[in-house]
Design a protein around this ligand. Structure first.
Ligand code: AHR
Length: 330
């Protein structure tokens, strides 16, 4: 009798567990790769928020920087019949066909970080990403205003722009913003512009070659902090003092950049937050309740952090990195 009761209870439990997991909300995330500290923070933030959410299940794919891997992952998500897809594209172009397939499968698509250039031709339920053009403007404006603040506003200075992965939204738009802002500072002479692929190793290699081929570099604008940190290693190896002989402006505001600023080896980092779970999770919760969202891109509010603070960029004033380093989450 006891045995029979145990069997019935076990069957009920198996049935309950199966039924519950059959109802799990499956959120699939197609991530670009692991090129930078920013990307690691972005992956960790979204993965842990989704995995720890009651009743949700994460399906994750790391495309290792390859568009073809992302396309394959998206098609796999469709075949699996996931409930939501989170997507950021390694480059801006070439997504039309596969994202239309996602639309045809009626899987709600959430765009994060780098937007595809076909976004006006497809359906998506929400979009959250950095304002890359503004970040690029802020980088150059910071350098121009900083030079003015130390009495070097009329001096001709040589500036180099280290770009991110060619064709990535963050590279295309930050370059646009960098070049736009340069027009306002005629004393900043652009003497080098090359991709460092958003990685520390390539940032170091590009700076090594610039230091050999260019007569003088006064300011480095690196489109992410990892490349700036790689460049710092190259500058030190060449016997120069980073942060003094060469003014260094990064982007992202990762912890290692804060450390470099506090150590005096880097001058400024323009924030681009990787923490999107605070937008994505409530959005999916509301979508589950039947709420609709507009196709507007939400840009989180972002700061600019530097050695001393107080540089006025019009849209934002810089904050002294040392004052807020202990509050940073990534
Ligand atoms: O798309 C965001 C950019 O991608 C970050 O600035 C960079 O560090 C990352 O690799």
């Amino acid at each position: 009798m006891k045995k029979a009761l145990f069997l019935v209870l076990a069957l009920v439990m198996v049935f309950t567990v199966t039924a519950a997991s059959a109802k799990d909300v499956v959120v699939a995330f197609s991530q670009i790769g692991q090129e930078s500290d920013w990307r690691t923070a972005n992956t960790d933030d979204l993965k842990s928020a989704i995995e720890n959410h009651p009743g949700w299940k994460l399906v994750y794919d790391d495309a290792q920087q390859k568009q073809e891997n992302q396309i394959k992952a998206l098609r796999n998500f469709i075949t699996q019949g996931v409930d939501y897809i989170l997507f950021t594209g390694v480059v801006t172009t070439g997504w039309d066909e596969v994202l239309k397939e996602v639309n045809e499968a009626e899987i709600p698509l959430l765009l994060i970080d780098r937007m595809p250039d076909c976004k006006d031709k497809i359906e998506y339920v929400a979009a959250f990403g950095g304002d890359f053009v503004e970040e690029g403007r802020r980088q150059v404006a910071w350098a121009g205003e900083y030079l003015k603040s130390v009495g070097r506003g009329d001096e001709d200075v040589n500036i180099v722009i280290m770009e991110g992965t060619t064709g990535a939204g963050a590279q295309v738009d930050r370059t646009k913003g960098n070049l736009e802002a340069l027009k306002k500072y005629p004393h900043l002479k652009l003497v080098g512009q090359q991709s460092g692929n958003f990685t520390r190793a390539e940032g170091q290699a590009v700076m090594e070659s610039w230091l050999k081929s260019l007569d003088k570099i006064d300011v480095l604008i690196a489109q992410n902090d990892d490349m700036a940190l790689g460049a710092i290693d190259a500058i030190k190896a060449a016997g120069k003092v980073p942060g003094k002989d060469i003014i260094i402006v990064g982007c992202d505001s990762v912890k290692a950049a804060f450390d470099a600023i506090v150590a005096g080896e880097m001058n400024c980092t323009v924030e681009c937050t990787p923490l999107y779970s605070r937008f994505v999770v409530p959005t999916i919760e509301k979508l589950e309740q039947g709420e609709k969202f507009s196709k507007e891109i939400v840009h989180p509010e972002e700061g600019v952090y530097d050695t001393n603070g107080g540089i006025d960029l019009g849209t934002v004033k810089s904050t002294k990195a040392a004052d807020v380093i202990s509050t940073r989450q990534y």
